[in-house]
Design a protein around this ligand. Structure first.
Ligand SMILES: Cc1cc2nc3c(=O)[nH]c(=O)nc-3n(C[C@H](O)[C@H](O)[C@H](O)COP(=O)(O)OP(=O)(O)OC[C@H]3O[C@@H](n4cnc5c(N)ncnc54)[C@H](O)[C@@H]3O)c2cc1C
Length: 433
């Protein structure tokens, strides 16, 4: 029997240490986000970063030769559940998006020169990066429709295109750009990835797009999403990441583990919102009793607990499968958790916000920000609908339509077959002697 839902005691010690560090040192800093500049916040978390390095938990998503721990997805998932509780926590642990995913791309596909120039400074926190794939004119959920082109010209490539929602691009030192290198190739071999310095002539960061999460237009802040025009951006052929046409293959290697990390982070957010829900239910009194004594609120608590438990087990199962059988083998499990986890995050935060009434709607509580953050989870890493469709397609491959006019479980047809198959038995059991 190999089913085991426990965590090794030594690793649990790391998790307990992390949870306390995040709660005691990072959560309080969140409240100062509005009054400090981003660089000041980053300086304020330096002592915490130092403690994380000393503990050996810095950039744990990477292999040991790159300074990580080579933990595998289950352990990383458990760590991300803690880091997800605060938007600042991933910075303290050297694995904030999109730098963490981009470092994985560089580790996977980068040449020794690219690693030297981009990866190691990225890991050291000396450079910042962005991932630039989605385009306003084309469906991001179907990246085979990309129209940004990279055309070979002598020893260079020349990139032209229009992107948006490139998170952090306005503060990035370099961008990983997905562009079509061969429009006539098979769908998933048309695009390639390039490392492009942000100050390369022709890279025009038009604006940071205001969003539901950050509704006021601002420029050059962490977490912003940039619109970018690439106009005759000339890069040397050494800027190509991996082989020409390998863009989707590399993206898959990055996105699949990234989805596990996202889902576990969402559980961290959900749990924090859930704690607020429970706490407030015990504080607030209305119509003659505590909110915790109302059946609706009890249903919310029980439903939230069940949904979070289901999402957690599903996500850890996907992580386990990825560790055991590789990234591609866990495709279905990852699609399942992507839309299920995003839904759980939304529902739990929504209930926690609702119980707080106008206090929940106000910025006096972190719930309204969590709610706005939660809504984006249903788009990025692929919209819910696409993941549902993918799951359904994979499942349906295991079925086929029966021959004949009736479903295979049609009772009259099965009854007739049973009568024929067991004729001798029926005769024996229905005879009178
Ligand atoms: C917070 C955030 C951060 C992001 N960061 C980045 C980043 O760093 N880099 C980057 O390149 N991109 C980024 N994106 C973009 C993101 O990857 C895209 O938004 C996503 O891929 C969806 O693409 P789209 O917005 O073009 O929607 P579309 O693909 O146009 O889809 C629109 C809607 O159509 C529906 N739909 C699509 N396909 C189907 C289907 N098969 N069946 C039924 N309905 C369907 C869905 O409801 C979907 O929401 C980010 C987005 C967000 C919200």
């Amino acid at each position: 029997m190999a089913w085991d839902f426990s965590t090794e005691p030594e690793f649990q010690e790391h998790l307990d240490w992390m949870a306390e560090l995040v709660r005691e040192e990072i959560w309080p800093l969140e409240t100062l986000l509005e009054e400090l500049e981003w660089d000041q916040i980053m300086r304020a978390i330096e002592p915490v970063q130092q403690r994380v390095r000393e503990r050996g938990l810095w950039a744990a998503h990477l292999d040991p030769e790159l300074g990580g721990q080579g933990f595998g997805q289950v352990k990383l998932g458990l760590m991300h559940e803690i880091l997800g509780t605060s938007p600042l926590a991933p910075f303290a642990f050297g694995n904030a998006a999109p730098d963490s995913g981009n470092s994985e791309i560089l580790a996977l596909a980068g040449t020794p020169e690219q690693k030297e120039r981009y990866l190691y400074p990225l890991l050291a926190g000396d450079l910042r990066s962005a991932f630039s794939m989605t385009e306003p004119e084309n469906a991001g959920s179907d990246p085979t429709t990309l129209s940004t082109r990279a055309v070979r010209d002598g020893d260079d490539y020349v990139i032209n295109g229009h992107k948006w929602f490139s998170s952090n691009a306005s503060i990035a030192d370099f961008l990983i750009v997905m562009a079509v290198t061969d429009p006539d190739a098979r769908r998933y071999q048309r695009a390639s990835m390039f490392v492009v310095d942000a100050d390369t002539p022709g890279v025009d960061i038009v604006r940071d797009v205001a969003t539901m999460e950050h509704p006021w237009e601002s420029w050059g802040k962490y977490g912003n999403h940039a619109e970018i025009l690439y106009r005759d951006v000339r890069v040397p052929k050494e800027a190509l990441l991996g082989a020409e046409g390998a863009g989707f293959l590399i993206a898959q290697q990055r996105l699949y583990p990234g989805r596990i990390h996202h889902c576990m982070r969402w559980l961290g957010v959900s749990k924090r919102a859930f704690d607020m829900l429970c706490e407030y239910s015990l504080m607030r009194e209305a119509h003659g009793s505590k909110l915790s004594e109302k059946q609706t609120i009890q249903n919310w608590i029980a439903d939230s607990a069940a949904q979070m438990q289901a999402a957690r087990l599903m996500t850890l199962n996907a992580a386990w499968k990825m560790d055991a059988e590789g990234v591609a083998a866990a495709r279905r499990e990852i699609s399942l958790i992507k839309f299920f986890g995003a839904g759980v995050l939304h529902d739990v935060v929504d209930r926690a916000l609702q119980i707080h009434g106008s206090l929940g709607y106000s910025t006096d509580m972190p719930l309204e920000a969590m709610y706005r953050y939660a809504r984006g989870a249903r788009f990025y890493d692929g919209p819910d609908e696409v993941h549902r469709e993918s799951v359904a397609r994979q499942i349906l491959r295991g079925y086929e339509a029966p021959e004949g006019p009736f479903p295979s479980q049609h009772v009259p047809t099965r009854r007739a077959a049973a009568r024929e198959k067991f004729a001798w038995l029926l005769e024996a059991v229905t005879s009178n002697d």
